[in-house]
Design a protein around this ligand. Sequence first.
Ligand SMILES: Cc1cc2nc3c(=O)[nH]c(=O)nc-3n(C[C@H](O)[C@H](O)[C@H](O)COP(=O)(O)OP(=O)(O)OC[C@H]3O[C@@H](n4cnc5c(N)ncnc54)[C@H](O)[C@@H]3O)c2cc1C
Length: 531
Amino acid sequence: MAKYDIIIIGGGHNGLVAAGYLAKAGLKTLVLERREIVGGAAVTEEIYPGFRCSTLSHSAAPFSSQVVKDLGLNRYGVEFITPAARVFAPAPDGRSICIYEDTAQTIRELEKVSAKDAKSYLAFQRSFSRIGGLLAPLLTMTPPAIEHPSAGELWNLGKLGRSFRNLGKQDAYRLLRWGPMAVADLVAEWFETETMRAVVAARGIFGAFAGPWSAGTSTGLLWQAAMDGHAIGPAAFVKGGMGALTEALAGAARNAGVEIRTGASVENIEVNEDRAANLFLNSGEELASRAIVSNADPRATFLKLLDPVCLDPSFLLKIRNYRATGVSAKINLALSGLPTFTGVEDDEVSTKLSGRIHIGPDIDYLERAFDAAKYGDYSPLPYMEITIPSLLDPALAPAGAQVMSVYIQYAPYRLKEGDWNSRREEFADHVIDVLSSYAPNLKELVVARQVITPLDLEETYGMSGGHIHHGEQSLDQFFTFRPLIGWAQYRTPIKGLYLCGAGTHPGGGVTGGPGANAAREIIKDFKTGKM
Ligand SMILES: Cc1cc2nc3c(=O)[nH]c(=O)nc-3n(C[C@H](O)[C@H](O)[C@H](O)COP(=O)(O)OP(=O)(O)OC[C@H]3O[C@@H](n4cnc5c(N)ncnc54)[C@H](O)[C@@H]3O)c2cc1C
């Protein structure tokens, strides 16, 4: 008799969300996390004595309010912070753009640079908000089976069709047209200011092996609008850093009866007659459960944890072709004070620098940054997304000091020359040099730095290919295609083995979506005796 109903491999935020729902449904659940702390890519760690930072992700996508409610996360101390600014974008010549939470304030700001863009912004935002509202139900939906959709799936699709008809001709046409478009084309239809175009386009390329001229990159804007009614990503911070969210998820899960073991790395899953049987830890320990749920990414789950002979050759070929080549790196800085940024007056610091800071002043800059990755090198002028979380959450750093979280793209997983371990410091020096043209006094403030390369993302954080979303989120790996067509319903060809991480719908970002959707399907299988 197995001691557990479910064992979840990985205590990333999606594994913890799934664990919480499964335990609440009465299933005895164990989470095994290979690192010493839970959270996966949503963790807060001390980067230097007294300085704590969200090591990887620094802003939620945003996180599902339904999951917060269902799992009672407020009782575990979760506090979300919404800064006044969504994103501030300085240019080296001193000009800048700031998108605020408040639409009227954004329009006033845009009027200073372009009357046309100020006028377009409201129409742009309203259109994305309406289209996002139509798409939002997809996020919590299990993608329909393509070959034999069930009556329930057909009903849901019918409902979506009716909402589509209610959208009105103009937005319906836009939705159909925008999805496959290059985001550079889309933004050019709305805005004339180069920095505004680049700020909006950034959501289409975040984490992607793609540039703004790549086809299909507008999907990122539509998906963002589905999540929070806005095409421009939010600054959705958590007090105490992202780790405070996953600590709360772990607390809620434990309270519901989940057992969580850290420092427990799963080595392989044994399969008996096409069914997941026991699993083995790297310590040699063997554990048994009625079902296994993997929060590891699809490539790691199928190509590392399973013996390939357990998989049908055509499935194996498809999963080998699943694209997961990362382009992101991270540098976290402990600073002795707040850097000055070009384009920010003294009395604007607490607002303009409170959200995300976008470095990438025009579309050509972003595309050229991607060019380098195509040819196996990091960008000479990288696209960056920066946050200074200690501005609104001073407990993260000693009095008067700050922590700065710098997300960098493009840093391709495969370098043509040398390797990431030998080029780590040279890369970090280069990034700080580039950043200094926007924050001139940065270098003199740096007390310590933590450099995380795509190789570290794979080796330390378990993300295959260093891909921050557990695989490209392009149209061919999206919704009913995520991770593979025919296998988008969290089940796998191995009976009793499920997926629940960012490699499943609705994909990457700290949302809790994949974990919640997967749990619903697993509970259904337990209830209907399919397990
Ligand atoms: C540098 C970076 C910046 C990002 N920035 C943002 C951002 O600002 N906003 C945003 O919304 N998203 C961001 N993301 C993306 C987001 O963090 C991820 O998409 C999301 O956290 C994935 O969550 P997950 O639970 O599915 O997987 P993960 O967080 O990857 O968790 C998987 C867990 O499984 C564990 N594991 C793997 N293999 C095993 C094994 N064999 N045995 C035991 N445990 C195992 C891993 O250690 C890990 O804890 C960023 C990601 C990175 C890397």
